[in-house]
Ligand binder design. Structure first.
Ligand code: ADP
Ligand code: MG
Length: 344
């Protein structure tokens, strides 16, 4: 009972700790923070000097003694200290410290992270003022909840979350992940593939941000009715001079074919490991896509052709995980109040 009354006053939070973006949802307020999961570090002191948006803005425009890292880039924690500092920064930025109550926190984490990494995440949240216990939830599960899938029912639900660093695929039934796979190929690899294509075909060097821009503006996974072209500026690898090239949707699709094939393969591999009863459910329910990478044009069509299943994109692919974390927290309240059977 007291827990319930506390929960009405504290700023309970759901956090999506993504490889590319961190989002925070506060109960009663909605999504209050959305920043890149980036930390700028001073090379000499090894201390973080900026986080999130500010750190990303410093990229490429900083003096040589500052560099930026994405501590979760491959879905595993590359640097514990930096990751912990980043989590603390985001929680403190949102948490109203005048409030005497410590917020309860649910954090969505990549499903591939280890027990030691999980402890580091919890510890950082507690140091930032979260009320123990800090709850962790695997991203695919949070994404499925956020996408409104009926995961607590005894039926198969398949979610494919294509983020920046990782693609996470899971089949969920009765609130648990029955089969899950994590692949370190997603949006970042698509950008990398675009960069390589320019280098190989046109001897043109382009930056990561330009490559992402090309992908978002004219990229696709499947032929589109409105094929486009785009002027792209970069540096000629041979002459060293600035150069502009015009590139078509078709070429970008060719550039993206490698990473897309890997994503298709991991979805197929997951389907192969899915128990027959649940596979049967998928024939009707199909596959739901989440994550920023799923916004690439034609991804549902490509996956549908390859798996022969219906494929749909969640209504809000970028916010599914954080909304799912929020819903999960509310569900924890219901369980406590009713002492009933948890539905997740
Ligand atoms: P994470 O959960 O790993 O932090 P996100 O779900 O935030 O990742 O997705 C980030 C990825 O989505 C980036 O690689 C970004 O380039 C990609 N992305 C965002 N919008 C689009 C779009 N419209 N088309 C293609 N890719 C997109
Ligand atoms: Mg994500």
């Amino acid at each position: 009972m007291f827990d319930y009354i506390f929960s009405l006053f504290s700023n309970d939070m759901g956090i999506d700790l993504g490889t590319a973006n961190t989002l925070v949802y506060v109960k009663g307020q909605g999504i209050v923070l959305k920043e890149p999961s980036v930390v700028a570090i001073n090379r000499d002191t090894r201390e973080p000097v900026a986080f999130g948006l500010e750190a990303k803005r410093m990229l490429g425009k900083t003096p040589a003694n500052i560099y930026a890292v994405r501590p979760l880039r491959n879905g595993v924690i590359a640097d514990f200290d930096v990751t912990q500092e980043m989590i603390k920064y985001f929680i403190r930025k949102v948490h109203n410290r005048r409030s005497l109550l410590h917020p309860r926190v649910v954090i969505g984490i990549p499903s591939g992270i280890t027990e030691v990494e999980r402890r580091a995440v919890k510890e950082a949240a507690e140091q930032a003022g979260a009320r123990p216990p800090v709850y962790l939830i695997e991203e695919p599960k949070a994404a499925a909840i956020g996408a409104g899938m009926p995961i607590s029912e005894p039926t198969g639900n398949m979610i494919v979350d294509i983020g920046g660093g990782t693609t996470e695929v899971a089949v969920i039934s009765l609130g648990g992940m029955v089969v899950s796979k994590s692949l370190d190929v997603a949006g970042d690899e698509m950008d990398e593939a675009v960069m390589q294509y320019f280098r190989r075909k046109y001897n043109l060097l382009i930056g990561e941000t330009t490559a992402e821009d090309v992908k978002i503006k004219i990229g696709s996974a499947f032929p589109q009715v409105d094929e486009q072209s785009l002027e792209v500026k970069g540096r000629d690898q041979v002459s060293g001079l600035p150069k502009t090239i015009s590139i078509t949707s078709e070429e970008v699709r060719q550039a993206l074919s490698e990473p897309l094939k890997l994503i298709v393969d991991v979805v197929k591999a997951t389907l192969e490991e899915t128990p027959a009863e649940l596979s049967a459910d998928l024939v009707d329910r199909g596959i739901v896509l989440a994550g920023g990478g799923s916004l690439l044009r034609g991804i549902p069509e490509l996956l549908s052709r390859e798996t022969e299943l219906p494929v749909t994109r969640a209504a809000e692919p970028l916010t599914c995980v954080v909304m799912g974390c929020g819903r999960y927290m509310e569900e924890l309240d219901n369980i406590k109040r009713s002492r009933g059977r948890p539905s997740y």
